[in-house]
Design a protein around this ligand. Structure first.
Ligand SMILES: NC(=O)c1ccc[n+]([C@@H]2O[C@H](COP(=O)([O-])OP(=O)(O)OC[C@H]3O[C@@H](n4cnc5c(N)ncnc54)[C@H](O)[C@@H]3O)[C@@H](O)[C@H]2O)c1
Ligand SMILES: *[C@@H]1O[C@H](CO)[C@@H](O)[C@H](O)[C@H]1NC(C)=O
Length: 318
């Protein structure tokens, strides 16, 4: 009897949340203020990380910037300070747990307070065909895009839980929800990032730590240079062009500020349902859809771009 009542309640809740989320597309909920929050951003020297630093500054937060590249990280700090914001830079390799824990302690000591929002944004892609790719480069992708999430969350979640206040943001990718050819390292790492993030989000809810929010951000290709050259079928690209970095970060910010658990950018919830639906279709149906869209071979020109970059110069940071 209790089971049937619970079942009925659960089904009503499911319908309620589907309706609420559909309604939210038109009626945007109120955003939360982040003044006074201490926001730590990893990969803050890069395309999206820098823009996140500036967006959070605009909203009155103080930012802690982590990057392995100190010069690009300092540049971000300079931009934040020019906006009148407060920025603190640390040169950290997020793949190294000792480095992460040591710098987390350093931040706490330097600033005398806890990080209240963590934006795990640092990310890399090998950008080479798997069979030509050095093992170390494939391993690095897993370490930056997935393992680093373990270390940073272990470093900062305990204080958030203790205060029952905080927010953990993971910048994953649509390539963490479905895959394409020639980016095996990246897809593996982003699927892993999505799995990690969702399991952690479930854990917080199961433990009823309702003050610590989570947002999983899954952007489509963004024009930051990371996937330079990547190309789908022309007619489809007109409908789905690479995202402007600023647009991507603004959409992600909107989702973060309303405590939305998951956001795909471009912000079409229909896309999410489509992805889930595709998962239920036969594998072969997906293959023919990919072929039609030109997304089966979209990474081929990207791999060529990366090859040229390697042969033209030493910098292969993305
Ligand atoms: N650009 C895209 O098309 C796209 C699409 C979807 C998701 N994303 C994700 O968005 C995030 C940001 O991407 P981006 O386009 O700004 O990339 P980017 O290459 O411009 O910036 C990444 C930053 O991370 C830093 N970084 C790399 N390894 C690090 C390490 N071990 N420790 C600390 N910092 C390290 C780099 O120095 C760089 O400043 C990544 O997680 C990426 O996977 C990007
Ligand atoms: C660090 O960033 C600077 C400035 O953005 C860039 O010129 C340089 O190539 C980067 N260094 C490495 C090792 O990626």
């Amino acid at each position: 009897m209790i089971f049937l009542m619970d079942l009925q309640m659960m089904l009503l809740d499911v319908i309620y949340f589907i309706l609420r989320n559909s309604l939210r597309i038109v009626l945007r909920p109120r955003t939360k203020p982040v003044e006074g929050e201490l926001v730590l951003i990893t990969g803050a020297g890069g395309g999206l990380g820098r823009l996140f630093a500036q967006e959070f500054t605009k909203h009155g937060a103080e930012v802690v910037l982590w990057d392995i590249n100190s010069s690009s990280n300092e540049q971000t700090a300079k931009l934040v300070r020019e906006m009148g914001g407060k920025a603190h830079t640390y040169t950290v390799d997020v793949t190294n747990p000792e480095d992460v824990y040591r710098n987390a302690d350093l931040v706490r000591r330097d600033l005398g307070r806890d990080v209240t929002m963590l934006v795990n944004n640092a990310g890399v892609v090998a950008g080479a065909r798997m069979l030509d790719c050095p093992d170390a480069l494939m391993e690095r992708t897993m370490k930056v895009n997935c393992h680093a999430l373990f270390w940073t969350v272990k470093a900062f979640l305990p204080q958030m839980k203790a205060q029952n206040h905080g927010h953990i943001v993971t910048i994953a990718s649509v390539l963490g929800l479905f895959s394409t050819a020639c980016v095996e390292d990246y897809c593996a790492s982003k699927f892993a990032a999505v799995g990690f993030h969702e399991s952690m989000a479930h854990e917080l809810l199961a433990e009823e730590v309702d003050g610590v929010k989570t947002t999983l951000v899954c952007p489509y290709i963004v024009d930051t240079g990371m996937f330079e050259g990547c190309k789908i079928r022309e007619e489809v690209e007109l409908l789905l062009p690479p995202l402007e970095p600023q647009y991507c970060v603004e959409q992600a910010m909107n989702a973060i500020l309303i405590d939305q658990p998951l956001v795909c950018i471009p912000r079409v919830d229909a896309l999410l349902y489509l992805i889930s639906f595709c998962r239920l279709l036969p594998w072969e149906s997906n293959v023919v859809t990919y072929r039609f869209m030109g997304s089966d071979k979209c990474m081929y020109p990207f791999i060529d771009t990366m090859k040229n970059r390697v042969s033209n110069g030493p910098s292969v940071t993305a």
